[in-house]
Design a protein around this ligand. Structure first.
Ligand code: MTE
Ligand code: MO
Length: 414
């Protein structure tokens, strides 16, 4: 049971690590990084998987802890150096994982009850988790390789069985020997791992039944598997609708509900929270586009008078919720061509908002040059709502929601 849950958790953690790094570097790219802009829902998919796999970790990790719990408190606590490494790595792994998935879940509800920067801690802990997992697996490698070395045989204590010449006995040898000594028919032999001690042994059908372990006594194995499976399926099914539209109807637990909000789209941060007022976005508003000394100023009427393009692109929040929407506005490249930007130049975006971590952000040239990247003026068939970034906002394919800047005021080629 511990092995099965461990494998599922291992997969979930690796998926979260990979998608997490992708999300991290989209927001904090290293200088040489260039990202794919297609498929346009790539980030929506990768972040949806990240959050959903993270949520699935709750029942899996609790189930695994339940199974191995008696084993966590061995006496003596430490037997040798290898054992110390194993104990230490597992202690770090369990604590870091619990903090990681808990703060991750709280973050999806925007409930910042912890006194540290979520992103920094989430990023750092991911390396602690993957590192301690690697050490844990390394210390267990002898056991794992013994399990997979199928031609050898072991006694119930996990000792390799050797013949008189110190050569490993095969399972067939053991069966013959056993049949001779016990004079009983020997049935099928299968390799098993003792759930409690982690020892590998050969189970022989005619052998007397083993004494029940505490795990078996507490709850039936079938009931336990069913509980974990149902719990995992339930938490996934009842939240994944925030990222995957097919499950929208049964999205009861996720913090966001699709299609609810102005323009039929949820709002992540309101104009009021960002301290953007009607005065800032009134008739005096204009968008400045510059490259060095070349500056062009566009009022909303100027932008409306340019060629308009319509695109379908999702808002895909790092917090997991996402929704496809239909945008209309000016192609970003058209605005930048007008100030003589080169295809390999990046862009700095500044929002009207007074404060906030994403007031000033940068966009790589691959997104700047994409046909689908718009300075949007309309959303889902109506003028942009103030909460969705009126008078103008950025929308680009394959980028996290935090970088889809609302209430644009300045675009600078860099
Ligand atoms: N200027 C500015 N733009 C912003 C934000 C912000 O706080 N300030 N929040 C971002 C986040 S986190 C998301 S998920 C999207 C959500 O877009 P919406 O509120 O229009 O749905 O806007 C992004 N644009
Ligand atoms: Mo977001």
């Amino acid at each position: 049971m511990a092995v099965v849950l461990g494998r599922l958790l291992g997969i979930a953690f690796l998926v979260c690590f990979g998608t997490g790094l992708y999300s991290h570097f989209l927001q904090n790219p290293l200088p040489w990084m260039v990202f794919p802009t297609r498929p346009q829902s790539l980030y929506q998919l990768s972040q949806g998987i990240h959050i959903t796999a993270g949520i699935a970790c709750f029942p899996l990790i609790l189930g695994k802890l339940y199974v191995v719990f008696p084993d966590l408190f061995q006496t003596p606590p430490i037997k040798n150096f290898g054992n110390f490494l194993e104990r230490a790595s597992i202690t770090i792994f369990i604590s870091a994982s619990l903090v990681q998935i808990t703060t991750g879940l709280l973050n999806t509800y925007q409930w910042y009850v912890f006194p540290f920067s979520f992103r920094q801690v989430h990023f750092a802990l991911s390396f602690v988790i993957i590192g301690s997992l690697a050490i844990h697996i390394a210390t267990k490698l002898p056991l794992i390789s013994r399990y997979w070395t199928r031609s050898r045989s072991f006694d119930a204590e996990g000792n390799l069985l050797l013949d008189d010449a110190d050569q490993p006995l095969t399972k067939a040898d053991v069966a013959t020997e056993l049949a001779e000594t016990t004079r009983e028919p020997v049935g099928a032999i299968s390799r098993r791992v003792d759930g409690l001690t982690g020892r590998v042994f050969d189970w022989i059908d005619s052998a007397p039944p083993r004494v029940d372990t505490p795990t078996q006594a507490r709850v039936s194995r079938r009931g336990f598997v069913a509980t974990i499976a149902v719990a995992t399926a339930a938490v996934v099914a009842l939240t994944a609708g925030q990222s995957f539209r097919v499950l929208d109807a049964i999205n009861v637990f996720a913090p966001r509900k699709n299609f609810v909000g102005p323009n039929g789209l949820p709002v992540n941060r309101t104009a009021r929270a960002a301290q953007v007022t009607d005065a800032d976005t009134g008739a005096d508003w204009a968008l400045s586009v510059s490259r060095g000394a070349t500056v062009k100023i566009y009022t909303r009427a100027d932008l409306e008078a340019m060629t308009q393009h319509q695109v379908d692109l999702p808002i895909a929040c790092v917090e997991g919720w996402s929704q496809m929407a239909s945008w209309r506005g000016v192609r970003l490249r058209d605005l930048l061509d007008a100030v003589g930007a080169h295809p390999d130049e990046d862009l700095r975006l500044t929002s009207l908002e007074k404060k906030g971590g994403f007031r000033v952000t940068e966009m790589g040239h691959e997104f700047v040059q994409d046909d689908l990247t718009l300075v949007a003026l309309e959303l889902n068939g109506g003028a942009l709502d103030l909460d969705h970034g009126f008078p103008a906002r950025m929308i680009a394919p394959g980028r996290p929601g935090v970088l889809q800047t609302k209430w644009l005021s300045k675009l600078e080629v860099i």
